[in-house]
Design a protein around this ligand. Structure first.
Ligand SMILES: NC(=O)c1ccc[n+]([C@@H]2O[C@H](COP(=O)([O-])OP(=O)(O)OC[C@H]3O[C@@H](n4cnc5c(N)ncnc54)[C@H](O)[C@@H]3O)[C@@H](O)[C@H]2O)c1
Length: 265
């Protein structure tokens, strides 16, 4: 996973409302509806649980604004969230002792846990499902449609699994041949001039998807950081409601709704 910077997550409160409006245009669904779909729950299973965000100081340390941003995303989706006063293992201990869910991230993993039902959620997996559910809704159903999934890391693979289960044909693209070994999907190591109407961009590189790879009505759902599209192309797709991209919000909110499930996903 790419480590976020303070500038990636600035102004989260203002941004969430704007993002919700953008998603309504692109996907015909609200932020909350996309998130619940990604976890496989409906409104009747939704609960507002006491949830702490535990700052972690180890490794490269705290990213300024990160815990606050996660807390605001959780509140926006309907959790009773707060940033824990204590950090690291002490914060985790206090949260579990109180019976509260907790969210915490170090340099390598961002995870959430619900001590009331033992559910755990990982941000890579949740993010893949969140962006896949958004693409499915934007496509008005994905069954029998072809989706290019760029990036065969945890995020791309999770998106591919979700979309395959929903009936899509997956083409998995990665520059690293080893990542594609033993894949259950059709694979490629270069894009050539092939055009796609539905794309998940889950790489760590910029300028991965170019104009020549997209049909005139293509929709791109892109968790990738940095965004793997040229700036001009991204601006045009966004203005036309055909680009879904946010650095933290969808994935974090899906982690919360994952915690509401009774059984392992
Ligand atoms: N938006 C969010 O909420 C959110 C959350 C989690 C992760 N992310 C981002 O999603 C992306 C994927 O995360 P991950 O954990 O799966 O990363 P990863 O590093 O495990 O996997 C990325 C894959 O992309 C491939 N790749 C890199 N450059 C490529 C290129 N030019 N063409 C084709 N393939 C290329 C790599 O070989 C690798 O297999 C990262 O950018 C990560 O920061 C975003």
């Amino acid at each position: 996973m790419t480590r976020l910077t303070e500038t990636d997550i600035i102004d989260v409160v203002d941004y969430l409302k704007k993002l919700d409006d953008e998603l309504k245009t692109a996907c015909n669904a609200s932020f909350k509806n996309i998130v619940m779909r990604a976890s496989g729950i409906d409104e009747t299973s939704f609960k507002s649980l006491k949830t702490s965000v535990v700052p972690i100081t180890s490794g490269l340390g705290i990213i300024g604004g990160f815990s606050h941003a996660v807390c605001e995303i959780l509140k926006y989706i309907g959790a009773d969230a707060y940033v824990c006063d204590s950090t690291d293992v002490d914060g985790i201990y206090n949260s579990i002792k109180e019976g509260h869910c907790f969210f915490s991230a170090d340099d390598n993993r961002f995870t959430a846990y619900n001590p009331l039902n033992g559910r755990i959620s990982d941000n890579g997996d949740a993010t893949g499902r969140g962006f896949a559910a958004a693409l499915e809704l934007a496509a008005n159903g994905i069954k029998d449609k072809t989706v290019l999934v760029a990036g065969a890391g945890p995020v791309g693979i999770s998106a591919a699994k979700y979309l395959h289960k929903a009936g899509a044909e997956i083409i998995l693209f990665d520059i690293d041949k080893e990542k594609l070994q033993n894949s259950e999907y059709r694979t490629c190591t270069s894009l050539g001039d092939e055009k796609y109407s539905y794309v998940i961009e889950a790489t760590t590189s910029s300028k991965v998807i170019t104009e020549k790879n997209l049909t005139d009505t293509a929709v791109v759902s892109a968790p990738g950081m940095p965004l793997g599209l040229e700036k001009k192309l991204a601006q045009r797709l966004k203005s036309e409601g055909r680009l879904i991209h946010n650095p933290l919000e969808l994935g974090t909110a899906v982690m919360y709704t994952d915690l509401l499930l009774k059984q392992e996903f």
